[in-house]
Ligand binder design. Sequence first.
Ligand code: UD1
Length: 422
Amino acid sequence: MDSILVTGGGVLNGEIPIAGAKNACLTLMPATLLSDEPLTLTNAPRLADIATMTALLRSLGAEVSSLQGGQVLALSSHDVNNLKADYDIVRKMRASILVLGPLLARQGHAVVSLPGGCAIGARPVDLHLKGLEALGAVLELKDGYVHADAPGGLKGATFEFPFVSVGATENILMAATLARGTTVLKNAAREPEIVDLAECLIKMGAQIEGHGTSTITIQGVQSLKGATHPVVTDRIELGTYMLAPAITGGTVELLGGRIDLVAAFCEKLDESGVSVEETQRGLKVSRKNGRLSAVNISTEPFPGFPTDLQAQMMALLCTADGVSVLEENIFENRFMHAPELIRMGANIDVHGGTARVTGVERLRGAPVMATDLRASVSLILAGLAAEGETVVSRVYHLDRGYERVEEKLGACGARIERIKGA
Ligand code: UD1
């Protein structure tokens, strides 16, 4: 297993290109299953999770070609010949459940293993299943698999999510594009990845209105056609790298960055004393004047502060002046980075879904362990600010969601290297 060695203490200056969004790409790829014509995705990120989704789609009989070094994905589902998504692939990544809605909608039958993924709480898929049932699917849970049937095809319906779920909104939105009649999704997720998916589906011939608001209306169509679609910018990668100069000092321009993707996060950076400026090419972040101030964070569905930036923000607040209170409202077990940050000298008290961070003057390098995707990058950020060397082990978590971290940060002056197989 690889580790990452970070030698902290230097400032960062330069530019970092931001990739297409992992989470958008993971929902755009299964959209291929809705049509027998080709779907081409450009601006795709090159990540382990994308390879896992590729393997899953191929196991179903879809063709997936990775072009231009992985930045373009050419997908085709004209010959889907297996309707069972096997446990061996699905367990690697929770987003695998996103093949269920499209398979069921076009093929009338699907068998999908219940998923695995990051260990950040129970993360059930009950809303995905309830939404599909509302569209007329008949579901049975057997031997760890969801057996789904829609003998006469799916039928449009009104479904209100009891709470916001990004994945369930995506799954049911895709299924509804081929259902007979009108589907209305209430309390739907409003994340930019949902908007991106809807825009791609519309290019494929779907009739969708209201995406980006909490009520999405879908008029089912008989079939969808091919399309070419660029994956939206990764707002989580963007936010993560915005924190790099914020934590070390210096100025970094994030190429392709957009304020509207990270508005709530930018408000908190501003409150803390980090400067964010819009440029022609993206966003420029700098921290020049002394220590940052503590701020309180409460994670919420979009447009609120994203749970996927909570760990990285905690790394920043470890050295801010004062006490910051971080409330995690989306996942119940998402402070696993706190004990690792404490090993680096941070002062953090966790009680249930609340973490109280009392800023210290300086962190110290230490051997630490990545526990999930976002936690792993928070430890790298902390390592950049710490005195001495930090070795982050179990970086396979990191590789699921960040491409070329060492290269991107190294180009801005970070002293960071991958230790192979350690
Ligand atoms: C997606 C993102 C993930 C992000 C999360 C919240 C992808 C591939 N992943 O995950 O990075 O952290 O949104 O922004 O896009 N829940 C249920 N039942 C369900 C579905 C969800 O109880 O059927 C719960 C979850 O356990 C969690 C909350 O709802 O507590 C929100 O989860 P959800 O929005 O569905 O997250 P994902 O789509 O899995």
